[in-house]
Design a protein around this ligand. Structure first.
Ligand SMILES: Nc1ncnc2c1ncn2[C@@H]1O[C@H](COP(=O)(O)OP(=O)(O)OP(=O)(O)O)[C@@H](O)[C@H]1O
Length: 216
């Protein structure tokens, strides 16, 4: 199993409310899952815990059989670099690096940089003419495509995307989703995507709805 999440619980420090109250799910390689639920239901929190960006209070997050919750910060970061790719709504590109260097960045960290793969991704995502530019010189849709290229260039086994098309118009969002689904399918990675859009949720193979921190 690519991902096994069991009885995950999280309360943020200084808060009384348990944001995740025992969430369980599994994902096989090649599967796509939409994570839906009202604002504040815990979608981003769940994605962050699965991505090893934050720690759960209890429960298991096992990626390819390795339980993240049992690892120290450095080991968790290494697993994240090597196996899990996260695409954020706000892109999180590195402003001081060119588009080309942004695309190469995570693959380099993962020790898997392959210039030919970067070029292929850039071409398919319509970024070839923008490789020497800096993120601030790009539109939102172009920046989102750079963020996708950067994640996929590192060949993650599991791709986590938090509202990846939330800032885009419908037509651009559809094109970006087409490419994301196509590229993920080609590598056989798993995909979990948080979204408020019914249209985008409908494109995923399965759906998991969160209500106040539990699967409903
Ligand atoms: N770093 C944090 N510190 C304290 N509380 C937090 C933190 N991050 C999120 N929360 C709280 O946890 C709850 C769940 O937030 P989360 O971002 O996971 O929801 P969400 O379902 O992704 O919402 P949205 O659809 O608006 O992005 C909210 O009540 C939020 O205020």
């Amino acid at each position: 199993m690519l991902l096994h999440v069991q009885d995950l619980r999280k309360t943020y420090p200084g808060s009384e409310t348990e944001v995740l109250r025992g969430v369980s799910l599994t994902l096989a390689a090649g599967e796509t899952l939409a994570l839906t639920g009202e604002s504040g239901s815990g979608k981003s929190t769940l994605l962050h815990l699965i991505g090893g960006l934050d720690r759960a209070d209890a429960g298991i997050v096992a990626v390819e059989g390795t339980d993240l919750t049992a690892l120290g910060d450095a080991e968790r970061a290494a697993l994240r670099r090597g196996t899990v790719g996260v695409i954020f709504q706000q892109f999180n590109l590195i402003p001081s690096l060119t588009v080309a260097a942004n695309i190469a960045f995570q693959a380099r960290l993962a020790g898997r940089h392959e210039p030919k793969r970067d070029r292929g991704l850039a071409e398919r995502l319509g970024l070839t003419d923008h490789l020497a530019k800096y993120p601030e010189q790009l539109s939102g849709g172009q920046q989102q495509r750079v963020a996708i290229a950067r994640t996929l260039a590192a060949l993650p086994r599991l791709v986590l995307a938090d509202e990846p098309t939330g800032n885009l118009d419908e037509a651009t969002a559809d094109r970006v989703m087409d490419l994301l689904c196509e590229l993920v399918a080609e590598t056989g990675a798993g995909l979990i995507l948080c979204t408020h859009s019914e249209r985008i949720a409908g494109r995923m193979g399965r759906r998991l709805h969160l209500r106040a921190g539990v699967v409903s």
